[in-house]
Design a protein. Structure first.
Length: 223
């Protein structure tokens, strides 16, 4: 199964490092980010989860719940968490601020299209790719990023993308290349001139291009 942008994300139920989770109930009215890992006690994954944990407050400020997934047991996840906490430099006994879903039989990895056929474990089984799924409060997929098992992901980019998703969901705007929170947004061509003052009260600037077409318009969403 491939989950496409705009699809309702599967409401799976699975064991995790904090007990049973039914995804939609666990999310409630929040945004969510699910990020998968090839296996427990692996080097790149350990650095990723430590980084994710260090950014928990940033995700929380955005109303985003975090959820990891790895193809090992919940008990293995709990043991692995001790290494992750130690790598972060946190005190022993510190808990990870988000659950890790267990996927021992690879059911979710297969169902969500998360297997990397080019990277296999010692048994010759494909590893789980490094997927990022951002799920909206309406339980629909808003963004997906698929990294191979060998490439660690960039959590700064994930936060930047979430900022864009949340802003553009609330306003009739789009974000340009390399956009960061607080910068100007793009006014899409399908927004009529008669709505500009109401939607973008801080003003709209049109970039003049050789074609003469006024399709590249910028605006600020705040003072």
């Amino acid at each position: 199964m491939v989950v496409l942008l705009g699809d309702v994300f599967p409401n799976f139920e699975a064991d995790s490092s904090v007990g049973k989770i039914k995804l939609h109930e666990w999310l409630g009215d929040s945004w969510g980010v699910l990020f998968s890992h090839p296996a427990d006690f692996t080097p790149v994954c350990t650095t990723e989860l430590a980084r994710a944990a260090s950014l928990h407050a940033e995700f929380q400020q955005r109303g985003v719940k975090m959820l990891g997934l790895s193809i090992d047991s919940a008990e293995s996840h709990r043991e692995w968490a001790k290494d992750i906490v130690a790598f972060m430099g946190s005190a022993p006994g510190t808990a990870l601020p988000f659950p890790i879903v267990a996927d021992e039989n690879r059911r979710l990895a297969v169902e969500l299209g998360m297997l990397d056929p080019n990277e296999v474990d010692g048994r010759g089984m494909p590893l789980t790719a490094r997927c990022v799924f951002v799920i909206g409060p309406d339980k629909r997929l808003k963004l997906s990023i698929l990294y191979p098992a060998t490439t660690g992901r960039n959590f700064d980019e994930i936060l930047r993308a979430i900022d864009s998703l949340q802003l553009t969901a609330a306003t009739q705007s789009a974000t340009p290349v390399d956009w960061k929170k607080g910068e100007r947004v793009i006014v899409p061509p399908n927004v009529p001139d008669c709505d500009l003052q109401r939607l973008f009260p801080h003003g709209v600037e049109t970039t003049h291009l050789p074609s003469g077409r006024p399709y590249l318009r910028y605006a600020r969403t705040g003072p």
